[in-house]
Design a protein around this ligand. Sequence first.
Ligand SMILES: N[C@@H](CCC[C@H](N)C(=O)O)C(=O)O
Length: 268
Amino acid sequence: MEFVKGHGTENDFVVLPDLDDQLDLTVARVQALCDRQRGLGADGVLRVVRSDGESGGKWFMDYRNADGSIAEMCGNGLRVFARYLVDAGHQPQGEFVVATRAGDRTVVTHPDGSVTNDMGPARVTGTSIAAVDGAGIGGFAVDVGNPHLACVTDVPVESFDLTVPPGYDPVVFPHGVNVELINTIGDNALRMRVHERGVGETRSCGTGTVASVASWLAGQGRTTGSATVDVLGGQVYVTIEPMTSTLTGPAVLVARGELDKSWWDALA
Ligand SMILES: N[C@@H](CCC[C@H](N)C(=O)O)C(=O)O
C-alpha cells in the first residue's frame, strides 16, 4: 500500500491514496501511522478518495487527527492534498475543487510549490476564554468548518506552556476546540501558536491561521482584511472577506513509500 509523507509549514501528514475507497482506516491504524516511534509519524492522515463529483469536487479529502478522531477540515492538509494530486498526475497544475466534510473547497496550485485554498467563511460566533498556564485569556470563537478559540494577547506567545491542553468552555465548544494564541508583530503581521484538538501543539494549523486573522480583525471591529501569520513552521498569508477566506502557503512532499502489509493487517 502506497503512502506519501508531506507537510505544510511543518504541519505534517501521511497521505494515503485510496482512489476507489477500499481502505479500512481504523482509529488504531491512524494512531499507529501518526506515532513518531512505532509508525511514520505525523499530525494527521489525509486519505485521498476519488469522489463522484456530485458535490462539485472530483476528490474527497478524508482527514483524521493523530488520535484517530475525524475533523471537518484541515487547511494545511488541503494544500498538501492538492500538491499530491498534481504531483501524482491526477490533476493538472492550477485550479480544481476538493470536497471536504466542511464543504467543497477550491484550490489553486502554483508553479513555486505553494497552494492557495479558498477556505470558505470564517464565522466569528462569539467570545470565550481559554485557560492557559493557570490564567484566562479571552478570545473569539471562530468557525472555519472546524471550531477555534482564537485569542489575541499581549503576552509573548513563546512564553506559554502548550504541553498541557488549554481549558475551554464545553458549553461553547461541545465537540472540543483548537486554541490559538496570537501576537500582533507588525502592520498586518501576526505570530501564532496553536494547540490542536486531537493532536496537541503543532507547528502550524491552516484553519487556525484563518481563525486568528478573523479574530484579530474582530477585535478591531473589522470583518475584512489580510495578514501574514508566522507559525513555528514558517509563514502563511490569509485574507478574510465577508463571505469567504483564503489561505496561501507552501506544500512540500517529502517521501514516498510502501506500508508493510503484515504491519497494517495486524492493526485492524
Ligand atoms: N492542522 C489542521 C487542522 C486539523 C484539524 C483540527 N485538529 C481539528 O480537530 O479541528 C489545519 O491545518 O487546519
